[in-house]
Design a protein around this ligand. Structure first.
Ligand code: SF4
Ligand code: SF4
Length: 446
């Protein structure tokens, strides 16, 4: 009995000391302190019970050990799959209506007049964000010259990639076994820096209905390619943890560039094999990346409207290559545990400064059941702070680094609903319901 009590207390102490150690290297200093406190407090009941004389020690000891064992078993027993209503196909979206397209409209220009004749309901909200300093503005609240200049440089580099998204297709067409081509493209994407890559057959709903940015503004988009390759690149944890400060937009822009470079390379290589291909990268999309990535098996779409990948949550950027090169499709994501976790979590909604993230269950929007964020409110906040905020991404429990400790927790989230509730409580206790902004790497500090 005494041995079992000391052993159990020791296991708790070691587990939380490991967590404190890991948190130290992740620079999560609040979590480090709280984990260290747990490492001291949690073993106490077991150690004190071991001190009692028999028969009290036996009664209390067995009660404690049985309760601990039952709790442990309850965390690993597979539960029923949460019942999540199927996702409807939904209607195609006019890209002109999204916030980035509306932000690019210039007062006095023809597009400006045309758009607000079509959508007068957007004019008041758009006038409000136009009155603010703007994204990456020197007048914005979070203006900081170095990180803002670096972000602007990355966006400028992405613009240079735009002409490479499409191109001539080689006259000679190479026939390659679909499984070989798929394996190659996935392997190559990882070699180039991707963290996930999947393939889906395209569906009309993947495509915007009308082009909303660039020289083809207002053109109808016809779904043209048979296959889509979705690629995810990681956004750095330390930089995102400093959200909403300058390093956040610097990292966003960098990953638009890194992901964009992978996509244009892949599309060019496919065209050289004699098959049409197009890269969909920042400011040059014909497809809605999260929808494609979901169908390509990369993850589920969570409360904040972003793709939630199994290993990094929403802390990724997405690009897509569409093509007619025959490929093998992956299975669409089917991980209701993520949606179930989002249903109970709401941390992103709690922390969102513009109250743009909805609470409660998913609702019908654009013919789909989903959580729809208030993009007007979100973008207006960006125009005040000057960065793309990212506080929702920062606080998401799925955004923790993909280390062994977090991987164990994430795998537990798939087990059962009780485990998800315990994990959420622990996340709140360790990191806080509203986690603090972490300082970025030293070279990024002012
Ligand atoms: S913070 Fe919570 S509710 Fe929001 S996306 Fe992440 S898991 Fe879902
Ligand atoms: S980016 Fe910021 S403002 Fe926008 S939804 Fe996330 S937390 Fe809210």
């Amino acid at each position: 009995m005494t041995f079992l009590l000391l052993l159990t207390g020791g296991v708790f102490a070691v587990a939380f000391l490991v967590l404190a150690f890991v948190s130290h290297f992740e620079r999560e200093f609040v979590a480090r302190g709280r984990a260290a406190l747990f490492a001291v407090v949690l073993p106490l009941p077991y150690l004190l019970t071991a001190w009692f004389d028999a028969p009290l020690r036996a009664i209390l000891g067995w009660t404690l050990l049985v309760a601990t064992a039952a709790f442990g078993v309850s965390l690993v027993v597979p539960g029923r799959r949460p019942r999540i209503p199927a996702v409807a196909a939904g209607a195609r979206i006019d890209e002109r209506t999204i916030m980035f397209s509306r932000a690019a409209l210039e007062p006095g220009g023809g597009r400006f007049e045309t758009y607000y004749e079509l959508h007068p309901e957007h004019r008041p909200a758009d006038d409000r964000f136009r009155a603010k300093p703007g994204l990456m503005s020197e007048r914005s609240v979070k203006y900081e010259p170095l990180s803002f200049a670096a972000a602007a440089a990355s966006f400028a580099a992405v613009e240079h990639l735009t002409p490479l998204t499409e191109g001539d297709v080689a006259d000679v067409r190479r026939d390659i076994a679909p499984d070989h081509a798929t394996r190659f493209l996935k392997g190559w994407s990882h070699k180039l820096g991707a963290v996930a890559c999947g393939v889906t057959a395209t569906r009309p709903v993947h495509y915007y209905s009308v082009k909303g940015r660039g020289p083809r503004w207002g053109e109808t988009i016809e779904p043209e390619h048979r296959w889509a390759v979705a690629i995810a690149v990681e956004m750095d944890h330390r930089q995102m943890a400093s959200a909403p400060d300058g390093p956040t937009i610097m990292e966003s822009a960098q990953q638009y560039l890194d992901g964009g470079a992978i996509a244009v390379q892949m599309a060019e290589a496919i065209r050289r094999l004699g098959w049409p291909a197009e890269a969909h990268i920042d400011a040059n999309y014909k497809v809605i990346c999260p929808l494609v990535a979901r169908d390509a098996g990369l993850g589920e779409i969570g409360r904040m409207g972003l793709l939630m990948t199994p290993h990094l949550g929403p802390r990724v950027r997405l690009v897509v290559v569409t093509t007619d090169l025959p490929l093998v499709a992956d299975r669409a994501a089917d991980e209701p545990s993520v949606l179930d976790f989002c249903a109970i979590c709401e941390k992103c909604a709690d922390v969102c400064p513009s109250e743009a993230i909805p609470r409660g269950p998913r609702a019908e929007a654009d013919g789909r059941r989903r959580w729809r964020i208030d993009q007007d409110a979100c973008f207006a906040y960006w125009c005040s702070v000057g960065t793309d905020c990212g506080q929702c991404v920062k606080v998401c429990p799925y955004s923790h680094p993909d280390t062994a400790v977090h991987a164990v927790v994430r795998s537990g989230l798939r087990r059962n609903g009780w485990t998800r509730r315990v994990a959420l409580t622990m996340d709140d206790l360790l990191y806080g319901r509203r986690p603090t902004t972490l300082s970025p790497p030293r070279w990024l500090r002012g």
